[in-house]
Write a protein that binds this ligand. Structure first.
Ligand code: PHE
Length: 465
């Protein structure tokens, strides 16, 4: 790829985006958006929350949320970004002004930026786990692990505040560094081999999992929907995860959309991103649950699920040191490409709102992020007894962002897209050529998506079904 293939934050392509830069092509945007979507959410979070929420029925609700809420919102966010050509707050303000709507709509943009910023503070710590496990895998620390000893190994990592802070700091520094440079070159280049690589490795792991003799049990667990296992809270978790995994309601997709050249079909690209993202999550589930059952582990074991199950497999399989090392480094890179997109909205916002340079904006965000990340890192050890409403710092932050801020922010954005912007503006921006298809999408966006979010909330509060 050429030097300026991804020119986010640089001066390339300035003429059409007032100095903000543009992606070189639809493909570059697709890679960046997929890089943002595919991350810890798919490989770390999806399996563990599926385990905690009983399996099949949860997966079904999650898939439904992706289809009727996630995909329409993804298209809307990219569209708002591209039309507004500014950071999420600026873009929403600009569009609201264009259609004569109130200034307050921009607050949904501000809220999204804050949500992404808060997520990054814990995301970096978890990505640090993957980074910590890479050398462990390569040096053969997983040889002969069983369920118990693997749990102990992970427990030792969690119990070490220095390691958690240290690895989390490394992830933050890498993220800050790449965003400071302007998300160029390196991103597209690494994504081009990383994405297919991760996919192939996951397929290989699914193949290995199939040899454990517990593959069918995993398939039943993931795809047999038993709705009696689904609590009201689980439905909200599924909705929140649909937002999380598609990088919605954090400004990430709006920010990336704001660098998208005119004329690209947003609809097609968004569907491709969602398909790739869902495929990775399901593959991760198929790779991990056979190992969970084969080793007598608990599906609902929580955030450590993949860090306890996969090392057992790496410790047994041929070339496990190599495969394990590759897996964790790729997971760390996948997390890094998501982390970058979590930071970009804040940096763009600081730069455009307060007219400060990119480097300054990065340093400022970096300091606050690092301090916040300490809360998460320490919530697994020295501060584990400190709880708010029975949740640790990490759990509270996760709940606040994923289960509350994301659905609320998403609702605001969907209402903005479907009810405040005019039909012609949206149709023109989206590039769904077929009139009937567009009408269908438009009605889904106006009715099904917002009602879906509201129903999930009511359901969770126990007011409905
Ligand atoms: N989608 C990313 C993942 O699944 C996380 C993320 C959320 C990235 C929100 C950007 C914005 O890991």
């Amino acid at each position: 790829m050429s030097q300026d293939s991804i020119a986010v934050g640089s001066m390339a392509g300035a003429s059409s985006n007032s100095g903000r830069g543009l992606w070189s092509s639809r493909w570059a945007f697709f890679l960046a958006a997929t890089g943002s979507a595919v991350g810890l959410g798919n490989i770390w979070k999806f399996p563990y929350i599926t385990g905690e929420n009983g399996g099949g029925a949860f997966v079904l609700v999650y898939l439904a949320c992706i289809l009727v809420i996630g995909i329409p919102l993804l298209m809307t966010e990219v569209m708002i970004g591209r039309r507004g050509r500014a950071n999420p707050e600026g873009a929403m303000a600009a569009l609201a002004k264009q259609v004569g709507a109130g200034r307050h709509w921009r607050l949904f943009g501000s809220m999204a930026i804050l949500t992404g910023f808060l997520i990054l503070s814990f995301y970096a710590v978890i990505a640090g786990w993957a980074l910590a496990y890479t050398p462990a895998a390569i040096m053969g620390s997983f040889a002969g692990l069983n369920g118990e000893s693997s749990g102990a190994l992970f427990g030792a990592l969690l119990g070490d505040p220095w390691k958690l802070v240290g690895f989390g700091t490394v992830v933050l520094l890498l993220t800050l560094g790449i965003v400071a440079l302007g998300v160029r070159e390196g991103l597209e280049r690494s994504l081009r081999f990383m994405m297919p690589g991760l996919f192939v490795l996951l397929l290989g792991l699914v193949g290995y999992a199939a040899t454990t003799g517990h593959f069918l049990e995993a398939v039943h667990f993931l795809f047999d929907a038993d709705f009696s296992k689904l609590s009201g809270q689980s439905v909200l978790v599924a909705l929140g995860h649909a937002f999380f995994t598609l990088s919605l309601a954090t400004g990430a997709m709006m920010a990336y959309g704001s660098y998208l050249p005119a004329g690209t079909s947003i609809a097609k690209t968004a569907i491709m991103v969602a398909l790739a993202d869902t495929a990775v999550a399901l593959l991760a589930g198929l790779a991990i649950f056979p190992l969970v059952f084969a080793n007598g582990l608990e599906p609902g074991a929580g955030p450590g699920l993949i860090f306890v199950t996969l090392p057992i497999a790496f410790g047994q399989m041929p070339f496990g040191q190599l495969v394990g090392g590759l897996f964790f480094i790729m997971l760390a890179i996948a997390a890094l490409t998501s982390a970058i997109s979590l930071l970009e909205p804040t940096v763009a916002w600081l730069g455009e709102k307060f007219a400060i340079g990119r480097i300054k904006a990065v340093v400022l965000s970096g300091i606050v992020l690092w301090l916040l990340s300490l809360g998460t890192a320490l919530s697994f050890n020295v501060w584990s007894d400190f709880t708010l409403f029975g949740k640790t710092f990490f759990d509270s932050l996760d709940y606040l962002t994923t289960s509350l801020l994301m659905p609320l922010g998403g609702l605001g954005t969907v209402v903005f897209g479907g009810w405040v912007l005019s039909r012609t503006v949206v149709q023109e921006a989206l590039g769904i050529g077929h009139p009937h298809l567009f009408t269908l999408w438009w009605q889904v966006l106006r009715w099904v998506t917002p009602l879906g979010i509201v129903l999930v909330f009511l359901h969770t509060l126990g007011l409905f079904g």
